[in-house]
Design a protein around this ligand. Structure first.
Ligand SMILES: *[C@@H]1O[C@H](CO)[C@@H](O)[C@H](O)[C@H]1NC(C)=O
Ligand SMILES: *[C@@H]1O[C@H](CO)[C@@H](O)[C@H](O)[C@H]1NC(C)=O
Ligand SMILES: *[C@@H]1O[C@H](CO)[C@@H](O)[C@H](O)[C@H]1NC(C)=O
Ligand SMILES: *[C@@H]1O[C@H](CO)[C@@H](O)[C@H](O)[C@H]1NC(C)=O
Ligand SMILES: *[C@@H]1O[C@H](CO)[C@@H](O)[C@H](O)[C@H]1NC(C)=O
Ligand SMILES: *[C@@H]1O[C@H](CO)[C@@H](O)[C@H](O)[C@H]1NC(C)=O
Length: 934
């Protein structure tokens, strides 16, 4: 973490006071402080600090001195890399004057006028701006900066509307500085300034919006979607672009989704969140003051701020605004298996058979694009899969307990003989496809291939695109007729294959050509004056022309330039409706390109990774990020997509992936098999045991998913969310929690036989042995042995985890006896919840169609089960068989269930681990109980 030791207000001159105060805290000796302050000042004059420089030349090719000075900025080469050479004069660059401020019932409105002296940055600042400040709730603030004279593009996701009256007693306060104009947002009870635009410069041009804020700490989490190395963002002059892109998870690429949201942990451990609801092409720059600068190429500044004060509160408040996470069906929490390029039904059968042979849990099998005929949606390769045989196979594995998910891409094959491919013919007739700027269908190329060709996958990529790939058209999912058309195709396809859910890929939308089959015209959207810090030569790189025309909503059209980052979001909404119409069940959509609000409709996987140790490690960060983004049903491809995985990597990755909420092993086209049964008997037996742990904990995991949907809680939780006041946890991203109660410490290094882990101060019980971690070893880093097939797992004192005897799929595990793991805290207390519904119906939470049981041990010697919601016969024939207590002080002499003593064969006490192990209870799950001991 970069340390904030001093800060410079004016160019190259030191402000000494903060040094003195920082150091005095440490040393507490006035004389020494003075000496050190002088020494630092001397050192810093020779190595001046540049953190106050706000970039005035963010242009893709940089700027020269002349351009820099024309913009009214200062040109001076820094002596180290990172800080910009062209920067705004501190305090001397004012873009807007405040002309009015008037109160409104819900807050107030500030009016701004562009200063006459303001130089054009790119296409010239807008003359008038309004800032609406809405005190929406006690903890949520909305600030919108927009042009009152011309309606600009605004993101069509649904967000809370302005309240009738301003919230009373909010946790925040907004203050406005008139000259030079800036605004500050303050946390009232601590006076922490959480957002402060007095640094940098606000620019609001038609195609370039910029705003900087000084940050109250270096603890910034979020912004996406990127593959990055630290969950806590590195603020040392880093710049990240966001623009939906079909890209491997390499380097600093802007990946599939766009999430302009961050969570900040203030230095006193209060947390707040900031969501800038702007879907245009964008980048964000971090600098070590700390500060950040937003740059967007359209839309408006539409900020929502959330004041927690805990990190978990912030996420709950954020998802309340953008939409609570989707509630996956129970089976979706089981193990998923996938590969691109089984290439035949026989191969799929072979893999399923060996999973069965070892009786390894297998809840979901996938079909990637190789099940399709010439990779066209809604078709089946009759030669390699056989229409009838494939249908029969899916029916059979479903009867055995394995669900089936098919992939669908948005792009629709367009080079078919009329009358042979309904999705295209009908789509043209109903006008469902995106148009080019002249109103014709815009074509690209994706996977679908021309009819009548022999495909050689080993040919170079460019050759394949040119020779094999036919034209494709892109549905515009914001049109009513497109949704209807898509739903009909999905429902009809369900007659051919009885799939349970849909995986949508390539939703950026990906295009193997840049723009279209004809490229793009020279226009202001494809060649904007400011090209954000994203990959690709042009904006249309690997996607559609920015000038393409699509719908904003039912009635209005706009350019793809504005809608690009929302394409996956719009397809997800339509696809969930389609999946439900087809299956009649809750179903599931797994989607690649997301925007805030996507979590309401889908889960996500982290995209096209590699079978390398680095990508395994980074998957934790990606998963934590998506828990911030309101998409807790998320995972990475276990064992990696590209490259042949090694057995040791696949083993460790399977251990980690066993604790992804979306736990899927997915493999690429030409790579060695990596399913759990692919590495021989010993490996397979170990995989079976590993998955048995997951399946044992599924009632706990499902309850966490319920809490995410009902209350907006995270599921996969960073340590700092639970141990927020312990600053040691703030940077931890190699271990994580499931909810509050279960800690996972994966081995992430090749060849390692142990793992270095931080154990926060609490009681922790080893999952395998029940042994408590020594108190002296908490609140510090310890080394934990972890042989090849071992992943360290701990249960936290104070928590009760509902469990169920595992099986080879949730179809069977759901019928098995339940258990409880009661991990006692110091005060001999613990709490836990079980949520239980039928696992597949739509809206069970909304309709109250579930059981909810609260388990409590309160400083004592009894455990109660209270049913706070019940529904129908859901729990009939299910029983509670085992209860395991960790952390008792002494062995009880009597254990009673509802005042009836258990017989001696029903319980044992382990004196070494202090574990009370109760078995064979046979208590009906639908009945409350009191279990006591003394
Ligand atoms: C804005 O404020 C500055 C400084 O007070 C003043 O010189 C200028 O006339 C004002 N108005 C405009 C439109 O620039
Ligand atoms: C909020 O800020 C305004 C302007 O600085 C100030 O007048 C007001 O007293 C503040 N309110 C609270 C509750 O701090
Ligand atoms: C799964 O386990 C059940 C018993 O729990 C067994 O009846 C069934 O045959 C197994 N399924 C497969 C496909 O092996
Ligand atoms: C594919 O379709 C497009 C659009 O209709 C057409 O222009 C092109 O010639 C077709 N290509 C082939 C090989 O049929
Ligand atoms: C259960 O434990 C609580 C807390 O120790 C105690 O107040 C209560 O009396 C106990 N109930 C029974 C029936 O033992
Ligand atoms: C609990 O008891 C059961 C049945 O006796 C046994 O199989 C199991 O291993 C015991 N567990 C522990 C943690 O002692």
């Amino acid at each position: 973490m970069p340390s904030r030791e001093f800060e410079i207000k004016n160019d190259d001159s030191l402000e000494v006071e903060p040094i003195a105060s920082t150091i005095s805290l440490i040393v507490g000796n006035a004389l020494l402080v003075l000496v050190i302050a002088v020494m630092v000042a001397v050192i810093c004059n020779t190595h001046p600090d540049y953190t106050h420089r706000f970039d005035c030349g963010p242009d893709r090719d940089g700027v020269d001195k002349a351009t820099c000075e024309r913009r009214g900025c200062i040109w001076s080469w820094p002596i180290k890399s990172g800080p910009p050479a062209c920067f705004f004069p501190p305090n001397g660059y004012i873009t807007y004057n405040m002309t009015d401020i008037s109160p409104y019932p819900w807050g107030y409105r500030v009016q701004l006028r562009k200063r006459t002296e303001m130089p054009d940055f790119f296409d010239g600042g807008l003359e008038t701006l309004w800032i609406d400040v809405e005190l929406q709730t006690k903890y949520r603030l909305h600030i919108k900066i927009y042009d009152p004279e011309n309606k600009r593009f605004e993101v069509p996701i649904s967000l809370p509307r302005r309240p009738l009256i301003a919230a009373e007693d909010p946790l925040y306060n907004v203050s406005v500085t008139e000259e030079p104009f800036s605004f500050q947002v303050i946390r009232t009870d601590t006076n922490t300034v959480v957002f402060d635009t007095s640094v940098g410069v606000m620019i609001f041009e038609d195609q370039f919006l910029q705003l900087s804020t000084k940050l109250p700490s270096h603890n910034i989490y979020g912004f996406g979607e990127h593959a990055h190395d630290d969950f806590r963002r590195d603020l040392n002059w880093k710049r990240w672009g966001s623009f939906a892109r079909d890209e491997k998870t390499e380097g600093t690429a802007n990946l599939y989704g766009t999430h302009p949201f961050y969570l900040c942990l203030e230095n006193d451990s209060n947390a707040h969140g900031v969501f800038l609801n702007n879907a245009n092409g964008q980048d964000v720059s971090f600098q070590p003051n700390p500060a950040l600068t937003y740059r967007h190429i359209g839309g408006v500044f539409d900020f929502y701020m959330f004041f927690g004060p805990t990190p978990e509160d912030v996420i709950s408040q954020y998802t309340e605004a953008i939409g609570r996470p989707y509630f996956p069906p129970y089976w979706a929490l089981g193990f998923h298996l996938s590969k691109y390029g089984y290439n035949s039904l026989d191969k799929v059968k072979e893999v399923v058979a060996r999973m069965r042979m070892y009786n390894i849990a297998h809840d979901v099998q996938y079909g990637d694009i190789d099940y399709m005929d010439r990779k066209r949606d809604f078709t089946i390769d009759d030669q390699r899969y056989g229409k009838v045989a494939f249908k029969d196979f899916v029916k059979k594995i479903k009867e055995e307990g394995t669900k089936y998910i098919v992939v669908l891409d948005p792009a629709i094959a367009a080079n078919e003989t009329t009358g042979t491919y309904r999705p295209y013919d009908d789509g043209v007739e109903k006008n469902v496809f995106i148009h080019d700027e002249n109103g014709e269908i815009i074509y690209g190329k994706v996977w679908p291939v021309y009819p009548g060709l022999r495909i050689d996958d080993s040919k170079p990529w460019d050759f394949q695109i040119k020779t094999y790939r036919g034209y494709v058209a892109f549905p515009d999912f914001q049109r009513k007729q497109t949704k209807e058309w898509w739903i009909r195709e999905v429902v009809d396809f369900h007659d051919k294959i009885d799939f349970d859910a849909i995986w949508i890929d390539m939703t950026e939308p990906a295009n193997f050509l840049d723009g279209s089959v004809n490229g793009c015209s020279k226009n202001k959207y494809d060649y904007p004056p400011y090209h954000p810090h994203i990959w690709g030569e042009t904006m249309a790189d690997q996607t559609l022309c920015m000038s393409a025309i699509q719908n904003l909503d039912e009635f209005n059209t706009t350019v793809h330039y504005n809608m690009h980052n929302l394409y996956g979001w719009s397809q997800t909404m339509a696809t969930l409706r389609a999946a439900r119409a087809a299956t009649g069940k809750r179903s599931l959509v797994i989607n690649r390109s997301t925007y805030p609000g996507s979590g309401k409709y889908s889960g996500h996987w982290l995209g096209d990774n590699f079978s390398i140790w680095l990508h395994m490690r980074r998957s934790i960060i990606g998963i934590l990020d998506f828990n911030l983004f309101g998409i807790p049903f998320v995972g990475a491809d276990i064992c990696g997509l590209f490259l042949d995985v090694t057995e040791p990597l696949c083993r460790r990755w399977s251990q980690l992936g066993n604790f992804y909420t979306f736990s899927r092993n997915h493999n690429g086209l030409i790579y060695r098999d990596q399913d759990p049964a692919a590495f021989g008997r010993e490996y397979a037996e170990e995989m079976k045991k590993l998955l048995a742990i997951r399946y044992t904990l599924l009632p706990y995991l499902y309850t966490l998913q319920y809490k995410a949907t009902a209350y907006g809680h995270t599921v996969t939780r960073p340590l700092m969310f639970e141990f927020t006041s312990d600053s040691e946890t703030w940077g931890i991203d190699r271990q994580f929690l499931w909810g509050p109660g279960f800690m996972i410490i994966p081995v992430l290094e090749e060849g390692a036989g142990s793992v270095n882990a931080y154990i926060p101060k609490a009681r922790w019980y080893d999952w395998y042995t029940g042994r408590e971690i020594d108190r002296e070893n908490t609140g510090r880093w310890i080394n934990i042995p972890a042989s090849d097939y071992h992943i360290p797992l701990y249960i936290r004192g104070g928590q009760i985890l509902p469990t169920q005897q595992p099986a080879n799929s949730t179809k069977f595990s759901r019928q098995h006896p339940f258990g409880l793991i009661v991990a006692l805290s110091d005060s001999q207390s613990a709490v836990g919840t079980l949520f239980w519904d039928d696992g597949t119906s739509v809206d069970t939470i909304e309709n109250g169609e579930y059981y909810k049981i609260e388990y409590v041990v309160c400083q004592g010697s009894n455990l109660t089960a209270n049913i706070s919601n019940s529904y129908g016969t859901l729990l009939d024939n299910l029983r509670l068989d085992t209860v395991k207590f960790h952390g008792l002080i002494t062995s009880p002499s009597v254990v009673q269930l509802n005042s009836v003593a258990l017989n001696d064969s029903q319980w044992t006490f382990n004196d070494v681990t202090k574990t009370l192990n109760i078995t064979d209870l046979q208590h009906p799950m639908s009945e409350q109980f009191l279990l006591s001991w003394h």
